[in-house]
Design a protein around this ligand. Structure first.
Ligand SMILES: [Zn+2]
Length: 195
């Protein structure tokens, strides 16, 4: 598949091997808006993802797979944390239809997503249970990729499980708040913004 390189400066080094795929939707009006956040740092904090799939099915690579992109934020999956270190993050270009709800996805981008996900999962032997929505790993805090995301297509293609649900053994009532080890109460953990 043809992939257009569109480098983002927002990445650092992984501290874990790749064993997870995180699916996102951008909730932005245009691809230019998305690149504004993911490449030009126009959001409140720098964020990034490895790939963006536009509505016409064009795939852009922003961060090398070997590097840690900044898309998952504070998140958990079972006993796994620092999911940015574990995962490859794919953003589907998709406008929001309201503050709470994302729009639908185009056939071209679904098809490109299926090809890209299969390729990544095959190369890294990513287990099916580790193909997750951003909302799975940050429940209560993130809603993307939203109810319209065609998980049934990914399940039918053998790329995701039908019964995905949040698996957050460390989940607190507010997953964006992490208790301090010193016992000084809680503090917003903000070195890890997301999109
Ligand atoms: Zn997201």
């Amino acid at each position: 598949m043809k992939i257009i390189q569109k480098p983002s400066p927002y990445f650092n080094e992984r501290t874990a091997k790749i064993d997870m795929l995180v699916i996102h939707a951008t909730a932005t009006e245009t691809l230019a808006d998305t690149f504004g956040y993911l490449i030009e740092g126009q959001g409140p904090a720098p964020v990034s993802a490895h790939y963006v799939i536009d509505r016409d099915g064009t795939v852009y690579q922003l961060v090398d797979e070997s590097k840690r992109a900044w898309h998952a934020g504070v998140s958990f999956w079972g006993d796994m944390t620092d999911l940015n270190s574990h995962s490859i993050g794919i953003e589907f270009q998709c406008p929001a239809v309201s503050a709470d709800e994302l729009g639908t996805f185009s056939e071209a981008q679904i098809e490109a997503g299926l090809v890209l996900c299969r390729d990544i999962m095959t190369r890294y032997h990513i287990p099916l249970e580790n193909v997750v929505a951003h909302s799975d790993i940050a429940p209560g805090r993130k809603k993307d990729p939203g109810k319209s995301f065609p998980w049934n297509r990914f399940v039918a293609a053998g790329l995701a499980l039908a019964n995905r649900r949040p698996k957050c053994v460390n989940q607190s009532p507010r997953p964006d708040i992490i208790p301090k080890k010193s016992g000084e109460g809680t503090t917003p953990s903000h070195p890890d913004p997301d999109i």
